[in-house]
Design a protein around this ligand. Structure first.
Ligand SMILES: [Ca+2]
Length: 709
């Protein structure tokens, strides 16, 4: 259900990754004429349901008129569009006033185009002549929902592709939306930095540095017409507040000059927050803030089973990943019969391979022309195809064209849930048979995985198969694809390790030779929408990521693929937005990115030995998983401390944490000093007393080396 983000992540290149809106000011005229709708619809075009659009002379923000779009849940979207010529070297701000009434989704349409929970939005599309420059039809930058009086909205366009000649602003009601939005005072204006201005940035994508890359932040200072000498002050804090560096420098600025001052981060692995201030008493001041990370250099031989998607592949590689995932959307690859659009997907797969990433490619989404959905149904893409033969032909085409770039094929994304697939249980089996057989015809040795079960509880013997999914489906799966989301609880409280153990035995019983593939898992660093008291903080997200990855590697999964690499800030609700490990709009890492990269660094060199419970007391591998039934386990049988013993070249490695998050102290036998690195790279060396070292654990795992177990 989260995969639709993949579609939209690509478009975010339009949006700033370095600057914060506050330091930029609009200059010059509104590039949209009639942005206040005083001349009615002059200069505006309408596509889709034209009847939904009207000029309103009663409800307006300024002048005598405003635009009104009213939607009643009819299938089909509505777009009101205005265009402007732009200079791709410049930066722009789109702004508008909007009043909303009851904007939302028609609940009868459970999976319309707004699966992002965005009923209405305003976005920008860049063009080079007639050619749209984006994968997606729009770059949704602001979402609108609910009911609210007139409010001001804006988003900045900080980076346009060099070929851009003009842009279109789209006021958009998505397929099946309901409610009314009034728009007024729509503007697109050039922006330039306030002077003298300070902007923090760096040479690294999202300010993420490998240790050997000379990690440093750059303070870019731009002066106005008055020569001056100003003070630059900065401070670097580790994400939990510990200050690691600070400084102050006098900077002489000539008129209209720009300067770059380096702020070194050091080479210690960590997640850092850099704040800087420019100016002195009585002179104009500016300030900025950014997040940066230092991660281990990617291992030459990364951990074979870790993955990260969707987003920039280079950031997946930098985190030490082996895998990524992508989607072969039928409706985008072949939007009309025989009309193929290979370029974008093929280029992405080649780029992933060039970076050393293996790809799971997942088939998904039937095109409208082939869908068996009722006419005009907004969720047409989750219905079975009219002709299974056409699906087979599509799959054969894809495998023939892209097969050399793909390491494993996932049959379909989440067909076992109502919003993933509208067919019967038998249709799901047919889906698997048709896609499996088509892949095999072209590549007899392909690895094919399914059925992409995404139930939060016990996945195989539990609800899903009992609900009527025939076990016969498994003959079309070389490996088990699963989406074991556990939100809002953590991996131990939901028996993640134990369940993966059950899946191993299930696979052995059913002849599934390629094991378990977690093609999606994630925790959003947000309140859980269905239990708002339950909140996953950014540090919880980092902790659960490491804990579930360690458990998965210990259980020999073939793939642990975290969703998502990048946040999705075009999604209005925080839950949908915050699965990512890298921020969307302003860029920069979250703590989870550093935690995952450090985890991948340790696991690359480590071989699992056994799980440990409590201090020094080992249980045989899979004791819990092997004997107890998932349903028989009670919270009381879960220990306070979870620990996994791995062997690495330098001796034993213990990865341990407090399950509840409360502080727990463990005592470990030690002949010499132990090195304890926490999940975010803080290192301490602890000397033994009377042959033991005491280590305080929190929910954030630690890596303990120097042990003799
Ligand atoms: Ca007006």
């Amino acid at each position: 259900m989260k995969t639709v983000h993949a579609l939209l992540v690509a478009i975010k290149t339009l949006v700033a990754t370095v600057a914060q809106a506050a330091t930029w000011e609009t200059t010059g005229p509104n590039l949209l004429s009639n942005g206040g709708f005083e001349q009615g619809m002059a200069t505006w075009g309408v596509t889709g349901q034209k009847a939904a659009v009207a000029v309103d002379d009663e409800v307006r923000h300024a002048g005598r008129r405003a635009l009104r779009i009213s939607a009643t849940g009819q299938p089909g979207e509505v777009r009101v569009i205005a265009g402007a010529k732009v200079d791709p070297a410049k930066k722009y701000r789109a702004s508008f006033m909007a009043k909303t009434r009851g904007v939302g989704h028609d609940p009868k349409l459970s999976n319309a185009d707004f699966v992002l929970d965005m009923a209405a939005s305003v976005g920008l599309v860049a063009y080079a002549g007639d050619r749209g420059l984006d994968w997606c039809p729009t770059a949704e930058a602001v979402g609108l929902s609910g009911s609210s009086d007139w409010k001001s909205y804006s988003f900045d366009v900080m980076e346009l592709q060099p070929a851009t000649t003009h842009v279109q602003l789209h006021l958009l009601f998505h397929n099946g939306a309901v409610g009314t939005v009034w728009f007024d005072d729509v503007e697109l204006k050039e922006i330039s930095p306030r002077r003298p201005s300070l902007m923090l940035g760096s040479a690294a994508m999202d300010n993420i540095f490998a240790r050997s890359e000379k990690p440093q932040v750059e303070a870019r200072i731009t002066n106005d017409a008055a020569p001056r000498t100003v003070t630059l002050r900065w401070e670097v804090r580790e994400s939990r507040g510990v200050r690691t560096a600070n400084g102050e420098r006098r900077v002489a600025l000539a008129a209209h000059a720009a300067r770059v001052e380096a702020i070194p981060l050091g080479q210690e692995v960590g997640h850092y927050i850099v704040t800087a201030e420019l100016g002195d008493q009585g002179t104009p001041r500016d300030h900025d803030r950014l997040e940066a990370a230092v991660v281990p250099d990617p291992p030459r031989e990364p951990c074979a089973s870790l993955g990260l998607w969707p987003g920039d592949f280079s950031l997946a590689r930098k985190a030490g990943m082996s895998w990524t995932r992508d989607m072969a959307f039928w409706r985008y690859l072949e939007p009309e019969p025989g009309q193929w659009h290979w370029d974008l997907l093929e280029a992405k797969l080649k780029q992933a391979n060039a970076l050393g990433l293996k790809v799971v490619l997942c088939f998904n989404q039937v095109p409208r022309w082939e869908s068996s959905a009722p006419p005009e149904n907004a969720a047409f893409f989750i219905y079975p195809p009219k002709h299974w033969d056409n699906l087979a032909r599509f799959v054969e085409k894809v495998v023939t064209r892209l097969g050399s770039h793909v390491a494993a094929w996932e049959i379909w994304n989440e067909p076992v849930i109502p919003w993933g697939w509208k067919g019967s249980a038998q249709d799901i089996v047919t889906l698997h048979r048709v896609i499996h057989d088509a892949i095999r015809r072209v590549r007899p040795d392909a690895i094919i995985i399914g059925p992409c079960i995404c139930d939060g509880g016990l996945m195989l013997k539990g609800a899903t198969f009992q609900a009527g999914l025939p076990l016969g489906i498994l003959k079309y799966c070389d490996g088990l694809a699963i989406h074991p989301y556990r939100e809002p609880r953590g991996p131990e409280a939901t028996f993640f390790f134990e369940e993966l153990g059950q899946l191993r035995r299930f696979s052995a019983e059913h002849g599934i030779r390629q094991g378990t593939w977690i093609t999606e898992i994630g925790w959003s660093s947000a309140e859980f929408p269905w239990s708002p008291k339950l909140k996953t903080s950014e540090l919880d997200q980092a902790a659960y990521l490491v804990r579930s990855a360690v458990a998965a590697v210990a259980q020999q999964v073939r793939l642990f693929n975290w969703h998502a690499l990048r946040e999705a800030d075009y999604v209005p609700d925080p839950y949908g937005r915050n699965f990512g490990l890298v921020r969307a709009r302003i860029g920069g890492p979250k703590p989870g990115y550093v935690a995952y990269a450090l985890c991948a660094h340790y696991l690359a060199q480590a071989r699992f030995v056994r799980r440990l419970t409590d201090v020094g007391r080992a249980c045989p591998p899979n004791q819990v998983a092997g004997e107890a039934k998932w349903k028989d386990l009670r919270p009381a049988s879960i220990r306070a401390v979870d620990g996994y013993w791995f062997e690495q070249s330098g001796g034993p490695l213990l990865i341990a944490w407090s399950i509840s998050g409360r502080q727990e102290t463990i005592e470990l036998p030690a002949a010499g000093e132990l090195r304890v690195e926490d999940a975010l790279g803080s290192v301490v060396h602890l000397k033994p007393q009377a042959g033991k070292v005491a280590i305080a654990l929190s929910g954030l795992p630690v890596y303990v080396s120097g042990l003799r177990l």
